[in-house]
Design a protein around this ligand. Structure first.
Ligand code: ASP
Length: 286
């Protein structure tokens, strides 16, 4: 699925770039990039996500504005095609920051976002994947944190003309997760973070190790203390491995347009679009 992943992230980057190029905000850019990825069944977000133990899709997402620190998040939602859209509504229209489960879905309906059936988010590939996993559950348990276990959370970071940065992350979480389990992706500072004074970050990988380290904020703080995002991203992944034997990846961007992309999994698809360059990759060091 390498090509599908590369096409997906390139499409998302192109969508975000069109918004930024027209003078749109970083916040709009990351939201629309993540919507593209939620719509793309290749990834573990929106339709096509990994299934939980009960065979259901259960989604988490967060969006954060580096200019104001406004944020919106949803967790354990089962009837939303685009959780990041609801997260964005929470950011802009609610005094609260985070909604879960039925409360999040009720908020969505009250703000004009229709619900879908959970079955609309489930695809045959994932039904087969869960069946295969559950048939060999004992064997999988031994290497729960193995770097080869697939993680396909999506995320975006962006910098706009006004010098503001933003980040968004969306996920179906981990395969065969217990119902109600929440990962790092939608938690502020863990799977997603943005502050103009530090950096914008989005992470992927097994969420439990990442959230213990509050990894996105950890990386952003390293940028605030004068380190290049390129170095801070690599160091965050080294720290994840050294401290909790975690595997994952991070994208990191500051308000000067300096960025870092790092992962210690064999692959992580990424795409980058700036005034100077347009590139993408998937292999480690690639
Ligand atoms: N971080 C996500 C989670 O633990 C999984 C992933 O990145 O694919 O929910």
């Amino acid at each position: 699925m390498v090509e599908a992943h590369l096409n997906g992230v390139r499409n998302a980057a192109a969508t975000a770039w069109n918004i930024l190029n027209r003078g749109g905000s970083a916040l709009d850019a990351v939201e629309e990039a993540v919507v593209v990825l939620e719509d793309d069944e290749t990834f573990d977000a929106g339709r096509g996500s990994f299934l939980n133990r009960d065979g259901k899709v259960q989604l988490d997402a967060l969006i954060m504005d580096g200019a104001t620190l406004a944020a919106g998040g949803v967790g354990c939602v089962e009837h939303l095609r685009h959780p990041v859209r609801v997260a964005r509504k929470i950011l802009s229209e609610s005094p609260h920051v985070y909604f879960v489960a039925e409360g999040a879905e009720r908020f969505a309906v009250e703000h004009g976002i229709p619900l879908c059936r959970n079955g609309d988010l489930v695809i045959p590939r994932e039904v087969d994947r869960l069946r295969e996993y559950q048939a060999h559950e004992e064997a999988h348990r031994a290497d729960l944190f193995a770097p080869t276990i697939s993680h396909d959370t999506v995320g975006a970071v962006a910098l706009d003309r006004d010098g503001n940065i933003a980040a968004a992350t969306s996920t179906g979480g981990t395969l065969n997760k217990a119902p109600g389990r929440l990962g790092d992706s939608s938690l502020i500072g863990c799977g997603c973070f943005a502050d103009n004074k530090t950096a914008a970050a989005s992470t992927t990988g097994w969420g439990e190790p990442i959230m213990k380290l509050v990894l996105a904020k950890w990386a952003a703080d390293r940028v605030a203390s004068g380190n290049l995002p390129e170095w801070a991203a690599a160091e965050a992944i080294n720290y994840l491995k050294a401290r909790v034997n975690g595997h994952g990846g991070i994208i990191l961007l500051d308000t000067r347009g300096r960025f870092g992309i790092a992962h210690n999994t064999p692959r992580m698809a990424w795409a980058l679009w700036t005034v100077k360059e347009e590139s993408s990759g998937i292999e480690r060091n690639g």
